[in-house]
Design a protein around this ligand. Structure first.
Ligand code: PLP
Length: 248
């Protein structure tokens, strides 16, 4: 049976479902855009965590070019499964330990979760080694923790006041490119003020680094707020792929 292959084709009804979900998300983006005076539509990154490589293949067949993952082990296996598709850009959006940098740069073109100087150094070293065998410069976003005050747990993200030092380090790194900022709206709070804060942080950043214009913000439940606040990259999982099962 086809199903036993690592990257078996998705069933026709799955493709149909993904098609409809994608269309619905694009309609939401269009509607949100119509409420703004923006002219550049944000990029949609489909977050495929917890879903199989066959879904990534199906999405690629439907014209999706950007996919995101948040765990190195899963992402690394999945991207290897569909190596033939070199028209896909992989985004790493999860918390990242320095010792995983080497693995992540093998498939990820973008890392959205750069939040510590130690990680900048590890990514630069890893990207440098990968470039010797044809790998790309890695696009880096500084993940900002927008919770106020910032609790002492390990959800990931740098405090806003750490952004300048991180930006300087990334900009100076030979094998990394400073692309912009990323955030997740704080849980249980309205997303809009958080994304407005992120837009301000982005403005401060681009004043010094005019090329670092990317703002990665907005997920399934708050993409409209993100579009309203100038997001250039949306990270949508559930509303394209469906509910995730975490019981594995
Ligand atoms: C899972 C995830 C998303 C997508 O969230 P959905 O609610 O599934 O749209 C976006 N960003 C990050 C960092 C994630 O881990």
């Amino acid at each position: 049976m086809q199903q036993s292959r690592a990257s078996a084709d998705a069933a026709p009804d799955r493709v149909q479902q993904l098609t409809e979900n994608l269309q619905a998300v694009h309609r939401r983006i269009d509607a949100a855009m119509a409420e703004t005076d923006r002219t550049t539509r944000p990029e949609l990154i489909v977050i495929t965590k917890n879903f199989p490589a066959s879904d990534v293949e199906a999405l690629a067949g439907l014209g999706v070019r950007d996919v995101g993952e948040n765990k190195d082990q899963e992402a690394s296996a999945k991207s290897a499964d569909i190596q033939g598709r070199n028209d896909l850009r992989w985004h790493f959006v999860g918390q990242l330990q320095s010792n995983k940098a080497k693995s992540v740069v093998r498939y990820a073109h973008w890392v959205h979760s750069v939040d510590r100087l130690k990680l900048v150094r590890a990514l630069d070293r890893a990207a440098g080694e990968h470039r010797e065998t044809g790998g790309p410069v890695v696009q880096c976003l500084i993940q900002v923790d927008l919770r106020d005050p910032i609790p002492q747990d390990s959800r990931g993200g740098a405090a806003p006041e750490q952004v300048p030092a991180l930006a300087e380090a990334i900009a100076a790194a030979e094998h990394l490119r400073l692309a912009g900022v990323m955030a997740v709206a704080p849980l249980g709070q309205p997303a809009r003020p958080a994304f407005e804060r992120l837009a301000e942080i982005s403005q401060q950043l681009t004043a010094q680094y005019p090329g670092a214009t990317a703002i990665s913000a907005g997920m399934s439940h708050d993409l409209e707020e993100a579009v309203a606040c100038g997001a250039t990259h949306l990270r949508v999982g559930r509303d394209v792929l469906g509910a995730r099962s975490y019981d594995r």
